[in-house]
Design a protein around this ligand. Sequence first.
Ligand code: FAD
Length: 387
Amino acid sequence: MTLNFEFSDDQIKLKEKAAKFVKDEVIPAIDKYDKNEEFPWELAEKAFDLGLMNVRIPKDYGGKGLGLLDEIIIIEEICAGCVGLGTSLNVNSLGFEPIILAGNDDQKNKYLKPLTEKLSFISFGLSETCCGSDAAGIQCKAEKKGDKYVLNGTKFWITNAWIADNFVVFARTGEINRKKKRHLSAFIIEKDWEGVKVADPMKKLGLRTSPTSAILLKDVEVPIKNRLGDEGDGFKIAMDTFATSRPAIGAFGVGVARAALRNSLEYANKRNAFTVPLKKFQLIQQLIARMILGIESAKLLTYKAAKAIDNGKPDMILSSCSKIAGSEIATKAAKDAIQIWGGRGFLSNNPVEKLYRDAKVLEIYEGTTQIQEIIIGGQALEGGYSP
Ligand SMILES: Cc1cc2nc3c(=O)[nH]c(=O)nc-3n(C[C@H](O)[C@H](O)[C@H](O)COP(=O)(O)OP(=O)(O)OC[C@H]3O[C@@H](n4cnc5c(N)ncnc54)[C@H](O)[C@@H]3O)c2cc1C
């Protein structure tokens, strides 16, 4: 097997384009949006116009047909500017992945194509107040009535629901059976259908540039043609979607950690203590060294997990490992960046304070760290890992 750690020329161009967008547009503007807890529409428009969104939508449906590694290269850069913006731009992938995996041609034409034509959003609605980790336990019900399903329930913590036109929603279509897990189905729902209501965005510790809302479904009539795959496929569709989306969260984490490193290097170069620059202290050098070690390790894992998916061999263990590695280095690097900034780091309105608030969610959404550990350990103990 050839081991190749080089990006292609096209990937280098993508990376440079995304990095320039972050340097010129995102970093100078983002604090205002964070402070106002506002979604940065102008930045999203620019990202869309630059071709930095939805890159994996297949060419047949108007997209670029790029791979997950390409998406990850872009999103790592954007998250080095703002992980809230990165989350909201990339949640489209979480929303459209079930359609790519299980949608038919009509569904793909109707719901993927518009995402490539103008800036628009699709959300992924699995979690409910009762159950985030316990996806099989969700309560939202879909009852079949003639040529329709009638959906009732509430989805909670849904990224972009506030700004999305459409949602992929998971609901119960049968009696709960935790062994077979055939009691969930997936549906595409349009926001302006009768009975669909999106609540105001929630107040959050961080990720304030990314709107998170509840979706309330009351007697929502969904045509059968809007079901993804067969009845009962929902749980599998959700899990297969996560296998693809988790390396992206690893890349979000790498981006956050890179921002923490960037700010730490700048500060350690300009701040003096005991009459010498901070950078001369070996304990500061150790913090920097650990950031770089974590960034480089997490990068390799996310790229490897993404490449496995691009090669048609998704690997749940690698995907989960990459999510843990990226999110852990993000939270650690953000914490250590505040340490390097000292008292200034603890004040509001500085870049490392925002990183610290933003990083934590990476260990929670799209499967907490504990859930990733259960996947990795559980599969390995069933013989599912070969080093
Ligand atoms: C900002 C934000 C955006 C989000 N966006 C979306 C979205 O777009 N779509 C969506 O569907 N969801 C979304 N979520 C929901 C998110 O995926 C869930 O919050 C997450 O999966 C955790 O679920 P929970 O909050 O119910 O925690 P719980 O499942 O109640 O877990 C609580 C704690 O118990 C631990 N735990 C649970 N089960 C076990 C176990 N078996 N063994 C050991 N420990 C366990 C967990 O790791 C955690 O530490 C978002 C959440 C946030 C905060």
